[in-house]
Design a protein around this ligand. Sequence first.
Ligand code: TMP
Ligand code: ASP
Length: 235
Amino acid sequence: MKKMEQIYEGKAKKVYATDDKDCVIVAYKDDATAFNGQKKGTIVGKGIVNNKVSNHFFKLLEENGIPTHFVEQLSDRETAVKKVEIVPVEVIVRNKAAGSFSKRMGIEEGTELKCTIIEYSYKNDALGDPFINSYYVRALGLATDDEMAKIDEYSFKIDDILTKYLKGFKIELIDFKLEFGRFHGNIILADEISPDTCRFWDLETGKKLDKDRFRRDLGDVEDAYREIISRLMGE
Ligand code: TMP
Ligand code: ASP
């Protein structure tokens, strides 16, 4: 597959066209942003960790029946993926209270929930990715009801697979964000699953091993990313 011109640059990744019309190449950067781009920084090595960890998870999910955009890892930072039309609905899955949920609801981080929560936000940087519900999705035509049913089904299944898997490495999956895309009429998992897009807490100490260390200036940011890749992949 031949890498061609850059077609997009996001906050954490660049996307390149290829000579295959169904494929693009994503290149993971070390740039980090938080609070809708208001806080900016660099996490050295983050792009490599996120590329490898995300591919590791996507392969695991494929093996467990979740269709994903993953095609082939090309290098430490680059991966070929299926070219999808991104559904502009970000899906957040919460197993325990944390982050914006804790703030909004006045509930201490780490509090158990009676059931797993799925919430949506409208993928729109100019608006700061506002919280929406399924009526907004339908009213604005962001996705069909059938597509949203698939997205919910996959999201709960992904939660189940990853929660069990991570427990084996003494990591608790607190919450995470997913993005889906349309590929030849089907919904498939897209974007990434990495310490940028998940809350990973050490199962025994509760230590945060994710981007919250950057968002909240907790220190040891690079170490946390390295800890995740070393526990999961022995690197
Ligand atoms: P939140 O508690 O800030 O809403 O975040 C929930 C999860 O979603 C958390 O694991 C981090 C992830 N997330 C992203 O991947 N991108 C984002 O822009 C935000 C706000 C959160
Ligand atoms: N990626 C997001 C941003 O800068 C925020 C986050 O992950 O906290 O907008």
